[in-house]
Design a protein around this ligand. Structure first.
Ligand SMILES: Nc1ncnc2c1ncn2[C@@H]1O[C@H](COP(=O)(O)OP(=O)(O)OP(=O)(O)O)[C@@H](O)[C@H]1O
Ligand SMILES: [Mg+2]
Length: 268
């Protein structure tokens, strides 16, 4: 009997590599003031993506961000940065982990006694850079990127809210971090200021392939910059999906948020 020929086999197409997580947080629990602000929150931030985090005020977005950057320790759960577990490691080893991030805090958090240039230079000085010429060049480049170079000798008290945000942004990017974490980068800005900051955030991501997480309440910002959206509720990620899925969801909690409807029973 003739041997049956081998069935023709398609050459196996290489499987696409699964997306790598820059941050992988699992089962985070954090009690603050007698209340579980995080109650089993899990989230993955994929390399190169921009993830928007939404949720009502007080739901724990800022607390979550601080856990992801190694600035707060959970009661339980795991946070892996670039594959390395950071929960429970000692403070000395946390330094290099924190330096992987550029952070824009919710309140801008500029040093009031430093001028704009000194504020933006601060992370470089902390990194150990000493050459004033190099520092000045890099500070100027960062300030130019956010359109604040002409204000470099001002004190923070003499800046508008939007200008402070831009200086804080320059400070967040000055070390060219692989990951940027933004807490409400556009809160309090006019629509044009918001569009400008959104364009900067998108630009950093596209030019330098930085991984970005943006906490925001601004739905326009989500449309403009997000690859994925997470919605935080009751200490967990209630929704995770694309912006298209988010905006067309039928989930009643998300619909109330998206449509800006008041809570039940809150009548005038
Ligand atoms: N250090 C702390 N000690 C006690 N409670 C805290 C602390 N930090 C945050 N909280 C509480 O945790 C909850 C979540 O706060 P968080 O700042 O993360 O909210 P948020 O979602 O960022 O809100 P917003 O949109 O208003 O910025 C709040 O009830 C807050 O009072
Ligand atoms: Mg907050």
């Amino acid at each position: 009997m003739a041997a049956r020929p081998d069935p023709v086999r398609e050459p196996e197409a290489p499987l696409p590599a699964p997306p790598r997580a820059f941050i992988e947080a699992t089962g985070l629990v954090k009690r603050l003031g007698g209340h579980a602000v995080l109650d089993g929150a899990s989230i993955r931030l994929l390399v190169g993506e921009t993830l928007a985090i939404l949720g009502r005020s007080g739901e724990g977005k800022s607390v979550l961000l601080k856990h992801l950057a190694g600035l707060m320790n959970p009661d339980s759960g795991s946070v892996r940065i670039d594959g390395e577990e950071i929960v429970g490691i000692d403070e000395r080893r946390l330094g290099p982990v924190r330096r992987k991030f550029g952070l824009l805090f919710q309140n801008g958090a500029l040093f009031d006694s430093f001028d704009v240039e000194e504020n933006v230079a601060f992370p470089l000085v902390e990194l150990g850079l000493r050459d004033p010429v190099v520092i000045r060049q890099r500070v100027l480049a960062a300030l130019e990127a956010v359109g604040m170079a002409e204000h470099r000798h001002k004190m923070p008290v003499h800046l508008s809210g939007g200008q402070r945000k831009r200086v804080a942004l320059a400070r967040a990017i000055i070390t060219q971090p692989r990951c940027l974490l933004y807490d409400e980068p556009t809160a309090g800005l006019d629509p044009i200021g918001t569009a400008n900051i959104d364009r900067l955030i998108r630009g950093f991501q596209q030019r330098f392939q930085v991984t970005s997480l943006v906490i925001t309440h601004d739905l326009k910002t989500v449309e403009r910059i997000a690859d994925r959206v997470a919605f935080l509720r009751a200490g967990r990620v209630h929704f995770l999906g694309t912006p298209a899925e988010f905006f067309t969801t039928g989930d009643p909690v998300l619909r109330q948020f998206l449509d800006g409807r008041p809570d039940e029973g809150e009548t005038a």
